[in-house]
Design a protein around this ligand. Structure first.
Ligand code: NAI
Length: 341
């Protein structure tokens, strides 16, 4: 197999980015099919990217014997069922976080993966493929900052994209599941420890709409792991300045900071407002290279017949922690995480 033939489902905010990258920028794959229920948009994207097969029904796409692998970038609640369908048709699967909207749904995905050990299954935690996060991870593993004491992480969408963010909100799963899963994954990835207790808090500071989904527009989590590593994370939907993802890892021998200023380049602007740097205005431009890198890794895993480092169990674990944070936010208490059930 020289080039992987990929079919992709979901052509929304992130689905289009993945489709574009696969069609134009990733040499190991060929985008041969697209699926979305929005037919006009589907046809327009297929024409733009020169993709020969289009489907409005996911299973129909999976029946196509000329497709080797499927990328799932549809609404989160659909992921477990689509994972099962794709794998039952013998397709390798890459899917976007989160794994599922309930633990039971995550277990459905786990059993599909366990039933198909020869198929490659990869979860899209793209921060693990961003050059700065990879550098931080390598330094931590080399012991450069000693033992991790605290991971502090901010994930903010910009207010400039609030219209799309609000449209996405009903099927996002909420801030804890949709945004904080990335930060929760980083805590587990950097420390190798398992979160043991969490306290989720938050509120609606500007967009009351979020109350109808039992959510806040800005939320935070305090978390402690089984080896005492601490974490604090903050997720917000409407930052005034731009798309802001900042992470700090404080260790016993030093600290690492990633993107303390969320600026795409080294430019500083001197004008009537003073001296300033511009910020990323959307998540797609911030993570563009990481999105390419993760799909490249997915292709390499299939071609080299090896499984990726990140597993389906990482998907269930982060989802389990995120749900517990949401529960904690809803009842206003710190909660332990039950790893037995
Ligand atoms: P979106 O709402 O912008 O797009 C969803 C797309 O799926 C739409 O085009 C819609 O027509 C299509 N769709 C809905 N039901 C469908 C069905 N039954 N069959 C086929 N297509 C269907 O959503 P967005 O923001 O692109 O998110 C998609 C997934 O990607 C979500 O799971 C989200 O959590 C994840 N995501 C991950 C990010 C990351 O940085 N890793 C960033 C943004 C989203």
């Amino acid at each position: 197999m020289n080039k992987l033939r990929i079919g992709s489902v979901g052509l929304g905010r992130l689905g289009y980015e993945h489709a574009f990258n696969m069609a134009k920028l990733i040499p190991d794959c060929e985008l041969v099919a697209l699926c979305d229920i929005a037919e006009d948009h589907l046809k327009a994207v297929a024409k733009e990217l020169d993709v020969p097969n289009v489907y409005t029904d996911f299973e129909e796409m999976c029946k196509n014997p000329d497709i080797d692998a499927i990328t799932i970038v549809s609404p989160s609640a659909l992921h477990p069922e689509q994972i099962r369908i794709a794998m039952d048709y013998g397709k390798h699967v890459f899917y976007e976080k989160p794994l599922g909207s309930t633990i039971e749904a995550c277990k459905t995905a786990e059993s599909a993966v366990e039933e198909h050990p020869d198929l490659i299954f990869m979860l899209g935690f793209m921060r693990r493929f961003d050059p700065s996060y990879l550098d931080a991870k390598a330094r931590i593993d080399r012991g450069e900052i000693g033992r991790i004491i605290l991971v502090r992480s901010y994930t903010q969408d910009p207010i400039s994209t609030i219209e799309g963010t609000l449209k996405f909100a009903p099927h996002s799963g909420g801030q804890f599941l949709d945004m904080c899963v990335h930060d929760i994954d980083l805590v587990r990835w950097f420390s190798g420890a398992q979160p043991e207790r969490v306290w989720g808090i938050g509120g609606c500071f500007e967009f009351e709409e979020y109350r109808q989904w039992n959510d806040g527009d800005n939320v935070s989590i305090m978390l402690q792991c089984d080896d005492e590593t601490m974490a604090f994370m903050f997720a917000g939907r409407a930052a005034a300045h731009g798309s802001n993802v900042e992470t700090e890892i404080i260790g016993t021998r030093g600290a690492l900071r990633i993107a303390a200023v969320p600026s795409p380049n080294l430019l500083e602007i001197f004008d009537e407002y003073g001296v300033r740097k511009e910020c990323y205005q959307d998540f797609v431009s911030r993570w563009h290279q990481a999105y390419i890198n993760e799909i490249e890794e997915f292709c390499r895993c299939i071609l080299d017949k090896r499984h990726p480092e990140v597993t389906v169990y990482d998907g269930t674990a982060t989802s389990r922690i995120a749900y517990r944070c949401k529960e904690s936010f809803e009842i206003g208490e710190m909660l332990k995480i039950d790893w037995k059930n």
